[in-house]
Write a protein that binds this ligand. Structure first.
Ligand code: 5GP
Length: 253
């Protein structure tokens, strides 16, 4: 088989040229990084879990009419996605104070917020993804006012969907990060959810115990990350019932 052309390698994923024009193959690695790649590790099985979980969330969003880049999962670690022009911003939605916002504003982690708060961060590893305002976004032409309005509307719809799905399995959606891309159709552009939605990019706390079921387990050395992600996948019914155990062939009579 011909070697596929690699388009981009990120910290947790690789993008390859897809089989059709305007498609890409997104490969999920087991690599975990935190604090702008100052902390690194390999978590066996993380890529497989995130591929499945991202498929689950993106499919749900597509079915609800929230457009995403996701087309289909191809195998354990790969999915076919539409090629988009990524807007160079990370869109964070917060329901509960945690992480960088809790630290920046001196708010105790776990404080519920009166309404979802949306923040934009510039995607720039060298600068450590700084927080930016709408003024910066427009002045530096990273996106238009219309794009910002559309991104906020999309982010809130993702928040409603994800919060509901998580609540149904006893998990609080504390916050999450999404990336958004442009798709061009003739003279028109559409914004769609891109990248991935997985416990790598969300904060997920068990509603009863407060146990962390997301990448903070790795960031803060709280235990086994793959176990936490497996728990999320199990509750959502995303894992095969056998829990991954390979059984021998069975004679069908
Ligand atoms: P914070 O700003 O508190 O560090 O992160 C807010 C939320 O966005 C968390 O759920 C975190 O996992 C997610 N997030 C922020 N930046 C990144 C990033 O660069 N990569 C990933 N995977 N998630 C991020």
């Amino acid at each position: 088989m011909a070697r596929r052309r690699m388009i981009y390698e990120g910290k947790a994923k690789i993008l390859y040229e897809g089989p059709e024009p305007d498609t890409l193959i997104q490969y999920f690695k087991d690599d975990a990084t935190a604090f702008n790649a100052q902390k690194k590790g390999v978590i066996e099985g993380k890529g497989v879990l995130n591929n499945r979980l991202s498929e689950f969330f993106m499919t749900g969003l597509n079915q609800m009419g929230v457009p995403t880049h996701f087309i289909k999962r191809i195998n354990m670690r790969e999915q076919l996605v539409r090629m988009v022009e990524i807007i160079p911003l990370e869109v964070v939605v917060r329901n509960v104070a945690a992480g960088s916002m809790a630290k920046r504003l001196g708010i105790e982690e776990g404080t519920p917020l009166p309404r979802p708060i949306i923040e934009f961060y510039l995607k720039d590893d060298k600068l450590g993804d700084p927080l930016v305002t709408e003024e910066h976004i427009i002045a530096f032409n990273w996106a238009s006012q219309q794009d910002i309005d559309d991104m906020i509307a999309l982010a809130l719809r993702v928040n409603d969907y994800l919060s509901g799905v998580m609540y149904g399995v006893g998990i609080k959606l504390v916050d999450f990060k999404i990336e958004i891309g442009r798709i061009f159709e003739g003279d028109f552009q559409r914004l769609v959810i891109a990248d991935e939605i997985s416990p790598d990019s969300c904060r997920l706390w068990d509603i009863e115990t407060g146990q962390k079921l997301d990448k903070d387990v790795f960031r803060r050395d709280l235990g086994n990350l793959a176990d936490a992600y497996t728990e999320v996948a199990r509750r959502l019914g995303v894992l095969p019932r056998s829990n991954g155990t390979v059984k021998g062939p069975k004679l069908v009579q």
